[in-house]
Ligand binder design. Sequence first.
Ligand SMILES: NC(=O)c1ccc[n+]([C@@H]2O[C@H](COP(=O)([O-])OP(=O)(O)OC[C@H]3O[C@@H](n4cnc5c(N)ncnc54)[C@H](OP(=O)(O)O)[C@@H]3O)[C@@H](O)[C@H]2O)c1
Length: 285
Amino acid sequence: MKHLVIGASGQVGHALMKALDEAGHSVIGTYFSHSEPGLVHLDMTRRDAVENIFAKEAPEAVWIPGAMPDVDRCEREPAFSHQVNVEAPQLVMAAARPASIPLVYFSTDYVFDGVDGPYLESAPVHPLQVYGQHKVEAETALLAYPQTLVVRPAWIYSDEPNPRNFVYRVLSDLKEGRPIKSAVDQINTPTPAGALVRNALQALIEGHRGVLHLAGPERLTRLALVERIARMAGFSTDSIQSISVGDLPLPAKRPLKGGLISSYARYGISERLEDLNLTPLLTTS
Ligand SMILES: NC(=O)c1ccc[n+]([C@@H]2O[C@H](COP(=O)([O-])OP(=O)(O)OC[C@H]3O[C@@H](n4cnc5c(N)ncnc54)[C@H](OP(=O)(O)O)[C@@H]3O)[C@@H](O)[C@H]2O)c1
């Protein structure tokens, strides 16, 4: 099967390229601003560029991990967020529709307000910020296409030595001796990128369509998560300070009692934080 991954230069995109290759699929990946060998440039906000890549590559499945996932930037620049997070995925859907090409769109747990999580797929959405509102708008538009699979992960992490990966950022701070402020009142279900994309691929191939929650098996506060990363890597937790989300001057509101669970046990992720190989992160962070 030939896959097109739009946003292959991101954290989920990298994991997807690896998983698809390991599963023996043919794959074309795109970047937007971070050029990488083997990836082709695509600005998915441009209709002509999207149409050209479909015409040239004739993909049989399309993935959209591409997004503007910076929650605070979306709050400050809602028109930009709308263009990338809502309008662009619809351009991709329009290009996929004539040949009924399956489409996987990555959404978020931020579609929920975090009042009484964890949330099942059937829970009503109620986003607190522009990013979540735009993800809901995109989900709604894309789900009108029967070949769409909407995957919702939460707090994605990986073994990738890249500042986009929060485990890498935490380890960099610990190594450099920088103090870390971590919220004790924000709880979520951290999601390993590798298992996320492998299970999403299985769901796609088995014909699962509609909304699917794919998150890790544990529900942790941000503070507990950061402390656990420190202990796993052999660092003291002394430099980690417990704070409340409200203490941080952030433009966008965060869901507090969040997290995702799923009605579809067959796609459940069993991998825990302790299963993460820290070596690539410790040698480079
Ligand atoms: N990270 C999390 O904790 C988390 C949690 C829940 C849901 N999600 C969702 O999961 C998805 C993947 O997140 P991620 O962490 O992999 O994000 P990421 O690392 O920031 O990657 C975003 C990707 O989008 C690409 N992109 C940005 N603008 C584009 C444009 N105009 N045209 C084409 N591609 C464009 C980027 O390309 P360049 O880098 O080359 O510019 C990059 O490849 C997103 O939908 C996000 O909302 C993430």
